[in-house]
Design a protein. Structure first.
Length: 261
């Protein structure tokens, strides 16, 4: 499979001298996970969502150059799709810049495009129940956890989204980095927690209750289609009492598609 067929050449990009608030706005408004930073057609860095959430300056003139990071992975346009996916799995990335031999930025390869390609195919794995591939030891947060606790748990486990449960361990929502971003959360909030007059904001205050939940008998193909159709990173697996059984994310899906790529 040819990689360039799946590269998004119209992906939004910024320059080093753009305001960091512009990066925040793009991520908040369009749900972007990464933004390539391009100067004179050359890729000079990446702004990841975690960079924006970790901003510690309240200055409105903070520039992209102050929060830019080195790309965790850069793909060659001559890679096959399988090579690209295997390399992205090694660094746990779902979006990667594609750059030619001269360093010119071509576009962004999204693993979602592979899932979209295979979720409707008549292949054996698509008919398997999702319980066969789900992660069972799920990291979750409680609905009364403060946002700082949620953020630290995301950082510790390198997850972009976590299920939210109540005292009875029933799933009541999901909270993602995008939810934190939309709420206006930054590391500054962690500092303000130590000061007087701080108003506690909890997971239940900003979590999404529009949760995509499935039973363990739903097929892999159905779950994969939900992920790409709803543009979400994970699907929650629950029992008849709405208690958390497992979670299926892009990594779980794309790993079982690898033999077919």
């Amino acid at each position: 499979m040819e990689l360039l067929k799946y590269v998004n050449v119209n992906y939004p990009q910024l320059s080093l001298n753009d305001l960091a608030t512009k990066a925040r706005a793009l991520m908040r408004n369009f749900g972007l996970r990464i933004i390539p930073i391009v100067e004179d057609s050359r890729l000079v860095g990446i702004v990841y969502r975690i960079n924006v959430l970790s901003m510690t300056s309240s200055k409105s003139n903070l520039l992209v150059r102050n929060i830019v990071d080195e790309p965790k992975i850069v793909l060659n346009p001559n890679f096959s799709v399988r090579e690209a996916v295997e390399n992205m799995l090694k660094v746990d990335e779902w979006y990667a810049p594609v750059v030619d031999e001269k360093g010119n930025f071509i576009g962004i390869f999204e693993i979602d495009s592979v899932i979209r390609e295979f979720c409707s195919r008549n292949i054996l794995i698509n008919n398997k129940p999702v319980k066969e591939i789900m992660t069972e030891n799920v990291i979750y947060v409680n609905e009364d956890d403060e946002l700082s606790t949620v953020f630290y748990k995301m950082l510790k486990h390198q997850y972009a989204g976590l299920p939210v449960v109540n005292k009875k361990k029933r799933v009541v929502g999901i909270i993602t980095q995008h939810d934190l971003l939309k709420s206006g959360f930054t590391r500054l909030q962690l500092e303000s927690e130590r000061s007087g007059g701080y108003r506690s904001i909890k997971a239940k205050d900003i979590m999404s209750t529009d949760i995509v939940k499935v039973s363990p008998t739903v097929t892999v193909g159905e779950v994969a289609k939900l992920i790409v159709d709803r543009d979400i990173g994970r699907v929650i697996v629950v029992d008849k009492e709405n208690k958390l059984l497992g979670i299926v994310d892009r990594e779980d899906i794309v790993k079982v598609y690898l033999p077919y790529i």
